[in-house]
Design a protein around this ligand. Structure first.
Ligand code: 5GP
Length: 116
């Protein structure tokens, strides 16, 4: 991605491109991953454009808490998601491909041993 260019997730947040939206708040959007690595594979995405965890400012930790709160809500409301795995890839070398912070929410049968 060219510096300054909108990420695919920013375009989804702006409803410029479509995605299956699971939940939306003022701060977050939750979408189904386009290439699921588990029976349930959602992406919890802050609407604020933050590249990765390394880029967090002090105020962003409140937002990080909201991402965990959303994971808890999903686990309480989505059948089969009572137990789940959360993954954040923060950097290219560990597999981050979309440089707009997101938390993978995985539940049910995992399709791969190394899921994301
Ligand atoms: P990362 O590797 O950056 O942690 O994860 C990016 C995730 O975004 C991948 O699991 C990939 O399948 C998902 N993804 C990439 N492009 C799209 C898209 O256009 N729509 C949706 N729903 N998911 C996407």
């Amino acid at each position: 991605m060219v510096q300054g260019e909108k990420s695919i997730f920013s375009k989804i947040i702006a409803h410029e491109i479509s995605a299956k939206i699971i939940a939306e708040t003022d701060d977050l959007i939750v979408i189904e991953d386009i290439a699921p690595k588990a029976e349930i594979h959602y992406l919890i995405i802050p609407k604020k454009e933050i590249r990765d965890v390394q880029s967090f400012h002090q105020g962003d930790f409140v937002l990080a808490g909201k991402m965990f709160e959303m994971a808890q809500q999903l686990s309480r409301t989505i059948p089969g998601a009572e137990q789940f795995r959360l993954v954040i890839n923060s950097g290219e070398k560990v597999g981050q491909k979309v440089f707009h912070l997101h938390m993978h929410f995985l539940a049910g049968k995992m399709f791969f041993k190394d899921v994301v």
